[in-house]
Design a protein. Structure first.
Length: 75
């Protein structure tokens, strides 16, 4: 996900808001988004109150970075 344009992966029905957001996922953009998805991308269909704890956000980013662009866990 990191390094990819938001709303562009095949196989998922993204909201128009996400497809048109113009976001490119990097650490800062993801951290900002995950704190309050509906504020960052008004109209997103993601129902999530947000993650506020910076340590947990960093841990989530570290977890996501284990996977390559195909969703496979790197070795």
């Amino acid at each position: 996900m990191i390094g990819q344009k938001a709303g562009t992966r095949d196989g998922y029905g993204y909201s128009a808001a996400m497809k048109e957001s113009g976001l490119n996922w990097d650490d800062a953009t993801f951290a900002d988004y995950i704190q309050n998805p509906r504020t960052k991308v008004p109209g997103t269909k993601m129902i999530y109150a947000g993650l506020k704890d910076e340590k947990r956000i960093a841990d989530l980013l570290a977890f996501l970075k284990q996977f390559d662009a195909s969703g496979n866990k790197g070795g």
